[in-house]
Design a protein around this ligand. Structure first.
Ligand code: NAD
Length: 284
C-alpha cells in the first residue's frame, strides 16, 4: 500500500496560492457562522483559521447560542451577506431543528458561498460549469486524486455516499473529468462487488472501517473521506487501512489525507471570491 498524502498536494500548490493572496489589495476575510459549541465545528474552525492565516487571510467567527431565534439569526446573516469586507461565508451545519436551514441557505449570496451549498452553485456543478464553487471536501478529494492520476479520462470511479456535501458533488466532479461514475449508497446491493470494479474508489459513507480488503482490486486508488474519532481520541476513516497493508493500492490516510486538503481548497475559494470582487469593482 502506498499513501497519497495531503501534504503532497499542499506542497505542490502552496506557492502559487500565496502569490495570488499577496497580489490582493487587502486580506481576504471569511466569516464562519456557528450555532452552539460542537467540538467538531470548533476543531474545523481552528484548522481553517490556521490555514487561512498562512496565506494572510482572516477568519471572523460569528457564533450564536443553540437557542438563537430564527429572526435574530437571519438578521445577522443578512448583515454578513451585505458587508463588503466579508468575501466568504461558511455556515457550519447541521443547524438546530428550529432554524430553517433551507431559508438560511437561500439567503446566502452565491458569490460568498465558498463551500458551494447554495442552489446556484450546486446547479453550476451539476451542469458541469466550472465557474461556481464546489463543496470544498469533494473538490479536495478530486484535487488530491489528480496529484497521483492527472488524467482521469475513462477511469471507472465508484463513490460510496450520495449526500449533497460529499458523495453527489464528488460524483459530478469525477464525471466532469470523464470518469465512468457509479454512485453507491446504503441500499446498494453487493456493495463490495460493485466497488471491486473501480479504478478509483471514494468512501464517504460515514461508517468507520466499512471498506475492507474485499472492496478493492489491486492498483485501485482509494480516497478515504470519512472522519471518525475513536474513544481513545485517535482518528480513522471509512477505510480499514490495515486490511490493505499488503496490497498494491494507493490510499489517502486519515488523518493527513483529504481532510487536510479541504481547508486549502477553502482558502483558494476565499481568495477567488476576493479576486472576483476586486475585478467587479475595477470594472464597475
Ligand atoms: P451523510 O451521513 O450525509 O451521508 C452518508 C452517505 O453514505 C449516505 O448517502 C448513505 O446512503 C451512504 N451510506 C451510509 N452507510 C452506508 C453503507 N453501509 N453502505 C453504503 N452506503 C452507505 O454523510 P456526509 O456528510 O456525506 O459525510 C460522509 C463522511 O465524510 C463522514 O464520515 C464525514 O465525517 C466525512 N466528511 C469529511 C469531510 C472532510 O473534510 N474530509 C467533510 C465532510 C464530511
Amino acid at each position: 500500500m502506498k499513501l497519497l498524502k495531503g501534504t503532497d498536494y499542499i506542497r505542490a500548490n502552496r506557492e502559487m496560492l500565496l502569490k495570488r493572496a499577496q497580489a490582493l489589495p487587502r486580506a481576504p476575510r471569511l466569516a464562519v457562522v456557528r450555532v452552539g459549541e460542537r467540538p467538531d465545528d470548533l476543531s474545523y474552525e481552528r484548522g481553517a483559521a490556521k490555514r487561512l492565516s498562512g496565506f494572510g487571510a482572516e477568519l471572523v467567527s460569528v457564533s450564536f447560542p443553540e437557542d438563537v431565534q430564527l429572526e435574530t439569526f437571519l438578521d445577522a446573516f443578512g448583515k454578513l451577506n451585505a458587508d463588503p469586507l466579508v468575501d466568504g461565508i461558511l455556515l457550519l451545519r447541521p443547524l438546530p431543528r428550529h432554524l430553517d436551514e433551507s431559508a438560511v441557505i437561500a439567503l446566502l449570496d452565491p458569490d460568498k458561498d465558498v463551500d458551494g451549498i447554495t442552489p446556484q452553485n450546486m446547479a453550476k456543478l451539476f451542469m458541469g460549469a466550472s465557474e461556481g464553487f464546489a463543496p470544498c471536501t469533494a473538490e479536495a478529494a478530486l484535487r488530491l486524486l489528480k496529484t497521483a492520476i492527472p488524467d482521469l479520462t475513462g477511469k471507472r470511479a465508484v463513490v460510496i455516499g450520495r449526500s449533497l456535501v460529499v458523495g453527489k458533488p464528488l460524483a459530478m466532479l469525477l464525471l466532469a473529468e470523464h470518469c465512468t461514475v457509479t454512485i453507491c449508497h446504503s441500499r446498494t446491493e453487493n456493495l463490495a462487488a460493485v466497488c471491486r470494479d473501480a479504478d478509483i474508489l471514494a468512501a464517504a459513507a460515514g461508517k468507520a472501517g466499512l471498506v475492507d480488503g474485499s472492496f478493492a482490486s489491486d492498483e485501485a486508488c482509494i480516497l478515504d473521506i470519512g472522519i471518525h474519532v475513536r474513544e481513545d481520541g485517535s482518528m480513522c476513516g471509512d477505510v480499514a487501512a490495515d486490511s490493505f497493508a499488503e496490497r498494491d493500492v494507493l490510499l489517502t490516510p486519515v488523518p493527513g489525507g483529504v481532510g487536510s486538503v479541504t481547508t486549502m481548497i477553502l482558502t483558494e475559494h476565499l481568495i477567488r471570491a476576493c479576486e472576483r470582487k476586486m475585478l467587479q469593482r475595477s470594472h464597475g
